[in-house]
Design a protein around this ligand. Structure first.
Ligand code: NAD
Ligand code: 2YH
Length: 259
């Protein structure tokens, strides 16, 4: 699993502001508005405890600080514990946290201690990026292409199917693609006879996963995938409306889903 790097998290406030502005342009709602309509929840004085975790590859410089900045950006009361791991968890609860945010190399979770709800970053991220794609205001087409059907992509594809979209899918892993076709009823993308899409949801850890032959002018690409699915050259050539941010949108989705 790809780990975030301190570089991915540089200027997180600027990344969030830019993401908010493009999400507004594409959907007519800001990130908070998307979360509210998606989950039907709103913050209600929750206090968030962010616990650094040293397991596996250890602390990622800027990770906890970025979660702090993200939670503050979305208007939550939050703090980072001085201690890490189990001691940090104890400190968070003792200091009055109702929601715990913590991540190791495999799982990034939000756990609401008041109502017991728990969220995993991967499906939460997939669902919100898919929701943003589904709200592309520039098209009436119900066709959407999902590239990458892993732990983020599959739940996003399922969300789009559930919302009534005609979902085309592609994954280099044939088994995952076949599973998505049989369990969700998505249409496997025919690489031999490409079709142009106005809406894309991409969730892979690879660059250049969307070839030029699929792009249409002013299309929306909603992607949590790192690195970016298209080159800067293609983005400019097709005026692609790119929603891509490294941590905040997925974290907001987790938090609103556990309220
Ligand atoms: P995953 O490994 O579970 O799934 C990735 C899928 O992409 C795999 O099924 C793989 O076969 C497929 N794939 C790889 N190359 C491909 C290609 N060229 N064309 C089509 N499919 C291809 O990973 P994941 O947990 O779903 O994460 C996906 C990406 O999302 C990663 O880059 C991860 O770092 C990123 N991510 C970002 C955020 C965020 O907030 N921005 C949150 C979670 C994950
Ligand atoms: O970045 C990650 C993993 N890819 C899991 C997230 C799922 N998308 N984990 C962050 C690890 C943070 C570290 N343990 C810390 O600083 O607390």
């Amino acid at each position: 699993m790809a780990l975030l790097t301190p570089d991915d998290l540089r200027d997180i406030n600027k990344q969030l502001q830019e993401a908010d502005s493009i999400v507004r342009r594409v959907t007519g709602l800001d990130i908070k508005g998307i979360c509210k309509t998606l989950y039907g929840t709103s913050p209600n004085s929750e206090k968030i405890g962010i616990v650094p975790v040293t397991a596996g590859n250890g602390i990622i410089k800027n990770f906890s600080a970025s979660l702090h900045a993200i939670t503050q950006y979305f208007g939550f009361d939050s703090f980072v514990t001085d201690m890490s791991d189990v001691s940090g968890y104890y400190e968070a609860v003792q200091s009055g946290a109702n929601i715990i945010l913590m991540a190791d190399d495999h799982t990034f979770l939000a756990h609401n201690l008041k109502n017991g709800k728990i969220a995993n970053n991967q499906p939460s991220t997939g669902i919100i990026y898919a929701e943003i794609a589904s709200r592309n205001q520039k098209t009436d087409s119900k066709d959407v292409l999902v590239v990458g059907l892993g732990k983020v992509g599959f739940p996003g594809a399922a969300h789009l199917v559930h919302k009534g979209f005609r979902v085309y899918g592609y994954d280099t892993d044939r088994t995952l693609l076949e599973q998505a076709v049989s369990s969700l009823g998505i249409i496997p993308l025919d690489i031999e006879s490409p079709k142009r899409f106005s809406t894309f949801f991409e969730a892979t850890p690879c660059a250049n996963t969307i070839p030029e032959t699929l792009l249409s002018e002013n299309c929306v690409l909603s992607t949590p995938g790192i690195p970016c699915a298209i080159s800067e050259e293609l983005r400019l050539k097709y005026n692609v409306q790119l929603v891509m941010e490294h941590l905040g949108i997925g974290t907001a989705s987790m938090l609103y889903s556990v309220m």
